[in-house]
Design a protein around this ligand. Structure first.
Ligand code: ATP
Ligand code: MG
Length: 423
């Protein structure tokens, strides 16, 4: 379990806006780690492929999820860490350099060098979401994870710069603020999911996290101890359900039920004599169908998703560095045969990733569909611990008091006013 250098307990709320559900996870963070106090989980159809498409529906679901979470946790929620996803997310490499003139590298130097890496032109309709350090270089020594305390004259950083369409981020913020809540930060969802399911060893030797939700499949790569790539594929479990509904000519709700109860990603894992009952549409009588037929429909879609994941990993040139293999998370990986299918297509060891490293009411966040919500709380905990380490005043957390914007070089206040002015 991670520990955090936090002097007094803080309540942190992760808000996962998924394509099928909104979930709010309330955690109490202290120096011993994260205790889950409450969870609110509400189905939501306000997003399409990870992007808000209906503000009213999304706002309603956020309200319900927050109400449920705060009733269970017995705390009042005013601020959340919100997740963002969608195929508008891009990542690119950028470098920053700062002079340190022979003295020891300090935390301020790290901030300076990261700001330098963020200072690259981005399209006017896009914004920088994260600058994720891959490695630091002090003079000629490269591959450094934490250069604080080292001596040298020149500090360099190589970051993965994650950018997003400003309008998509703005819509997430708008929905949360309409519920009377503050947004402490907007966080890339696969970053949060990875945080919840990976071990430090896996990050160290290289790993791919694949979060297959309802509308999107998010990919995040750790190589050489740092985040080397992230991308979002606009396909997920909802596509599988639509294929089943069309292929078996059954209503969507029945297709979803059949997929969850009898779906399998590999046909050859199913015995020849297994049968399922498929309800008809428009008054047609139910009929019995071989379970293999259901799997015949599902397998090509799952193969398509994993093939696209493989292509994206290959395009980075880092396939060989993903030494510990892939970790599958998100609700869709609960289907039988997903691990086996992924191993065949990706050609690497694969395991399922459930949220780990939290205590409290853990049974409420045990499924892979809660990895993002739990990871958002972990992300918030690290932000607060880092602010403590910098000695920033935190008496009045929420965010206005929290310096260091993850989102932009201009400072958090500058960022929000820029974003508001831009729309
Ligand atoms: N047992 C199961 N078998 C197969 N699929 C399942 C099972 N349980 C849930 N799912 C699928 O998981 C998906 C929802 O997963 P999750 O909650 O991670 O998505 P989300 O976060 O709402 O969406 P996204 O991350 O794509 O925006 C749905 O498509 C659902 O059908
Ligand atoms: Mg999700």
């Amino acid at each position: 379990m991670s520990t955090y250098a936090i002097s007094q307990p803080e309540i942190i709320v992760g808000l996962d806006l998924g394509t099928t559900k909104v979930s709010a996870v309330v955690g109490e963070v202290d120096s011993d780690g994260i205790t889950v106090l409450g969870v609110g989980n509400v189905p939501c159809r306000g997003l399409r492929k990870g992007v808000v498409s209906n503000i009213e529906w999304t706002v309603r679901a956020i309200r319900e999820a927050i109400d449920a979470a705060q009733t269970m946790a017995g705390v009042e929620i005013s601020t959340v860490y919100a997740g963002v996803a969608g195929s508008h997310i891009r990542s690119q490499v950028s470098d920053g350099v700062a002079a340190i003139s022979g003295r020891e590298v300090t935390r301020e130097d790290l901030e300076r060098v990261l700001e330098g890496a963020r200072a690259i032109p981005v399209d006017s309709d896009r914004m920088i979401l994260h600058a994720l350090p891959r490695e630091y270089v002090v003079d000629n020594q490269d591959g450094i994870r934490d250069p604080i305390g080292m001596s040298g004259v020149r500090l360099q950083v190589r970051v993965n710069l994650v950018t997003a369409a400003s309008s998509c981020v703005q819509n997430v913020i708008r929905c949360v603020e309409r519920c009377g809540l503050n947004v402490a930060d907007v966080v890339l969802e696969p970053l949060a999911s990875a945080d919840a399911v990976l071990s430090e060893d896996e990050k160290e030797i290289g790993v791919a996290v694949i979060d297959i939700g309802g509308g999107t499949t998010d990919v995040l790569l750790y190589a050489d101890g740092g985040i080397a790539h992230t991308s979002v594929i606009p396909a997920g479990g909802n596509n599988i359900t639509s294929d089943v509904a069309a292929g078996l000519r059954t209503p969507m709700a029945e297709a979803e039920r059949l997929k969850r109860n009898y779906g399998c990603a590999l046909c050859r894992m199913i015995a020849d004599d297994e049968e399922i009952e498929v309800p008809g549409v428009g008054g047609h009588t139910p009929r019995r169908v071989a379970r293999r037929v259901l799997s015949d429909i599902i397998e090509p879609r799952v193969e398509e998703i994993f093939s696209e994941v493989r292509r994206r990993i290959e395009d980075t040139g880092l396939l060989e560095q993903v030494c510990s293999g892939a970790v599958l998370t998100g609700g869709s990986v609960l289907m039988e045969g997903m691990v086996e299918c992924a191993e065949e297509i990706l050609g690497m060891p694969v395991r399922l990733g459930f949220p780990v490293g939290v205590k409290g009411i853990v049974q409420l966040v045990q499924g892979p569909q809660y990895a993002t919500g739990v990871g958002l709380v972990g992300y918030g905990a690290r932000q607060i611990a880092e602010a403590h380490a910098r000695g920033d005043m935190l008496e009045s957390y929420p965010p206005e008091a929290m310096p260091v914007p993850a989102a932009t070089a201009q400072g958090r206040k500058g960022f929000w006013s820029w974003l508001r002015a831009a729309f």
